[in-house]
Ligand binder design. Structure first.
Ligand SMILES: Cc1cc2nc3c(=O)[nH]c(=O)nc-3n(C[C@H](O)[C@H](O)[C@H](O)COP(=O)(O)OP(=O)(O)OC[C@H]3O[C@@H](n4cnc5c(N)ncnc54)[C@H](O)[C@@H]3O)c2cc1C
Length: 451
């Protein structure tokens, strides 16, 4: 096929006139030198990377020298991590009226929900089928439903299932609506700390190592990367690490041929895309902070999933079923968990303890428990100031890990952390000194359920 034709068609599809207009100013003054129809320019012929301070090898040790970092941005609330908790936190804080900056290491939002292909929303209800995940999480479910990007069935045992691309799209839409400042492709690698007080974070990206200053930081990295860097105490845990995948053509199984042979095991659950299932995986219990372990698991899980699919395809009738994709993100369930002022406990769940500082109510995967309240103190580090945790890394005892980490419960704690951070900024106080009644009022104005 004629390549230039392809490109013209492609540009037309993208709305090329707008793209070309946007790039016009850039190309003025840069000599383009391509005959192919693509464009490329030399920006600087003799550039040396600015602000270098390479580590040196001294007496067999690698030594990192001191250096000043460029401050690329200042903000009221800095949310690190754009998963279910981080996106809710960013939206909530903006709606509460403060400046918000959201930083994410990958090129999309949604965390494990989209990048990890964890497509089933469990834990939005409690015993009796009452839905306790309201507020921004519920708004997301309704909007996904309207986009035709989810099967939203809230009855016990029939949990909402989403399409990962719809989640990614919706999150862009919602973040742009509230006009939060965003940095993608930025990995939070350090906290900026004086004593116990956090003043922002340091990021690595293709632009180098840069700093963002903030009045309050929300750690929504799932792994507590920021509170760990800031020196807060945490519990380090291992958990099962799997790799989720999607398989296609299940609507093309030849039922007549398949009859008589045993149905292949673990074909997963349906998604909003016809003929496409998502396949969960438990995986071994290991340390999700150990990079060699993560590397080994990625390699092994990919081989296992591929080989397993070949077995499925050898089953009569299932020849057309295929592996659509393995999740781009490994399924790390739990690693660091904050030691907070308070802790979510199973005894409190069983006793249905109520807290004066409740900031949300958690649900259970199939509504097997009653309502359990989440106290604000579970988001606040024992000693570190100007930082809150949200999502799967909040303070909770190990027996609660598998409830706390469910997506709706991460929506709830993200929502609360965003509001609390905004109230702290507006009132000029530390998150630990925040007026919790005010936080609760704003949460209720934003349609959160507090029991
Ligand atoms: C295999 C598997 C199956 C699961 N099944 C279900 C299920 O069926 N139903 C359910 O409700 N839940 C399920 N869960 C749990 C749920 O998916 C997660 O607990 C939930 O997504 C956690 O949300 P979060 O926002 O706290 O963290 P994450 O979803 O992990 O999001 C964290 C975000 O922060 C970003 N980030 C991390 N570190 C940095 C950094 N240093 N700098 C910048 N950005 C960073 C990540 O890229 C990500 O976008 C499952 C989890 C796994 C792994």
């Amino acid at each position: 096929m004629d390549d230039s034709l392809n490109r013209r068609d492609w540009l037309r599809t993208l709305g090329a006139s707008g793209l070309a207009a946007g790039l016009g100013a850039w190309h003025a003054g840069h000599a383009a030198a391509q005959e192919s129809g693509f464009q490329s320019s030399v920006i600087d012929q003799h550039e040396v990377q600015p602000n270098r301070a390479c580590p040196s090898l001294t007496d067999g040790k690698v030594i990192q020298p001191r250096r000043e970092l460029p401050v690329v941005h200042q903000t009221d609330v800095l949310v690190v991590g754009g998963g279910p908790a981080g996106v809710c936190a960013a939206i909530a804080a903006r709606r509460a009226g403060v400046d918000v900056t959201l930083v994410e290491r990958y090129g999309h939002f949604g965390g494990l929900w989209s990048g990890g292909l964890v497509l089933v929303i469990l834990g939005h209800i409690v015993k009796g089928g009452k839905q306790v995940c309201q507020g921004i999480g519920e708004e997301m479910m309704r909007r996904l439903d309207k986009l035709d990007g989810a099967i939203i069935d809230r009855r016990p045992g029939a949990n909402p299932t989403v399409d990962a691309e719809a989640v990614k799209y919706l999150m862009v839409e919602m973040i742009e609506e509230v006009q939060a400042k965003v940095f993608l492709h930025c990995w939070g690698v350090d906290a900026i700390v004086n004593g116990n007080t956090v003043h922002g974070a340091v990021f690595e990206s293709k632009s180098g190592r840069q700093a963002i200053l903030a009045k309050t930081v929300v750690d929504a990295t799932g792994d507590g990367d920021l509170f760990a860097a800031a020196g807060a105490e945490y519990e380090r845990r291992s958990h099962n690490i799997g790799l989720v995948s999607r398989i296609g053509n299940l609507d093309r199984v030849d039922r007549a041929r398949a009859e008589g042979s045993p149905k292949p095991r673990n074909l997963g659950g349906r998604t909003p895309v016809p003929g496409v299932n998502w396949v969960n995986m438990h995986g071994p219990e290991v340390d999700g902070l150990d990079v060699e372990t993560l590397t080994r698991l990625e390699l092994n899980h990919r081989k296992f999933i591929w080989k397993n699919m070949q077995k499925v395809r050898r089953t009569p009738g299932y020849e057309k079923v295929y592996l659509m994709e393995t999740a781009p993100q490994l399924g790390v369930r739990i690693t660091r968990v904050l030691n907070g002022l308070q802790r979510v406990t199973l005894d409190d769940l069983k006793a249905a303890t109520t807290f004066a500082d409740v900031i949300g109510v958690g649900g259970a995967s199939n509504g097997q428990h009653g309502e359990w309240q989440i106290p604000y103190g579970a988001l606040v580090p024992e000693k570190t100031d100007n930082l809150l945790a949200a999502g799967r890394c909040i303070s909770a005892e190990i027996r609660m890990a598998d409830l706390v980490r469910l997506i709706p419960n991460c929506f709830v704690t993200g929502h609360a952390a965003g509001v609390a951070a905004a109230v702290a900024v507006a009132d000029g106080c530390r998150p630990r000194d925040v007026d919790v009644k005010k936080v609760q009022r704003v949460l209720q104005e934003q349609e959160a359920y507090l029991g």
